[in-house]
Design a binder for this molecule. Structure first.
Ligand code: ACM
Length: 269
């Protein structure tokens, strides 16, 4: 296992409805980055502003044996990159706002967004599986999606499950998530890659402007790389995932073991 790895965010403007073109962009940016891990935005294959559930279903991908997954697995293998991207996922009559991790060895892990944002509640089915962390050859990776950020329980759960790197594909319209993620990195001692999209969509009677500014944070909240608000670009950093196993923030304070859980019971009521 490599001690130091290169990680990237591929910030771009997914064009609504152009699955093939958007995935081409994913392959191209993965090749350009030459990274061990690259994260792309939420709903990167489809765009964001669906009219309804049926429209989302028509652009949703089958992650069990759809052709796109095989192509993504090929791209991960050819580039030696762990690829994470958001997409609408079809499963029987359900459509989830999902993110998928595809490893160079072909393993596929799916996370279905637990906390749907605003009108997403009319479009998608809510995630129905436990949060999980994947043991990969570059470290332990946790998956979350966009608005999950406002629930600190999500990053905390991923940290408790052992995540060293949290991948956070996003389609952010509020401009304060990026700042809040510093706290998520510091309070959990984990690396966080927030990959946001850029551009705007106005398909359903309102304009949504996405805020870009993708960022890579260290396990102590350091800003390792940052994109601007409207460029298509890869940003990259070198990180040491195992550093996230050190939860001591002073000689006597441990981020996890010092919790006084007997006083937090109300949190899960
Ligand atoms: C969001 O969850 N797309 C803000």
């Amino acid at each position: 296992m490599k001690e130091i790895i290169k990680v990237s965010c591929g910030q771009f403007f997914p064009k609504f409805g152009d699955t093939a073109g958007n995935l081409e962009q994913v392959y191209r940016m993965s090749e350009e980055a030459q990274s061990d891990l690259i994260v792309f935005p939420e709903l990167a294959s489809s765009g964001y502003d669906f009219h309804d559930h049926e429209e989302a279903q028509s652009l949703a991908l089958d992650l069990v044996d759809g052709p796109e997954v095989y192509k993504l697995a090929e791209a991960a293998k050819n580039t030696g990159t762990h690829i994470v991207l958001g997409l609408p996922e079809r499963s029987l009559d359900k459509v989830y706002n999902s993110t998928v991790l595809i490893e160079p060895g072909g393993q596929v892990t799916i996370y279905r967004k637990l906390h749907l944002f605003d009108k997403e509640k009319d479009i998608f089915d809510p995630g129905n599986a436990q949060l999980s962390v994947v043991e990969t050859e570059i470290g332990r990776i946790g998956l979350m999606l966009c608005f999950d950020w406002i629930f600190p329980e999500v990053t905390r759960m991923l940290a408790l499950l052992g995540a060293q790197i949290i991948c956070h594909p996003a389609n952010l319209v509020l401009d304060y998530c990026q700042r809040a993620m510093f706290a998520r990195a510091v309070e959990n001692g984990v690396f966080i890659l927030t990959c946001n999209r850029i551009g705007a969509e106005a398909r359903t009677g309102r304009e949504l402007s996405f805020t870009g500014c993708s960022q890579i944070l260290s396990n102590r909240g350091g800003l390792l790389a940052k994109a601007d608000s409207d460029s298509e670009e890869n940003i990259s950093a070198e990180i040491t995932p195992v550093a996230a196993d050190d939860k001591m923030i002073t000689e006597t304070n441990h981020l996890i073991n010092d919790r006084r859980t007997e006083f937090y019971g109300g949190l899960v009521k």
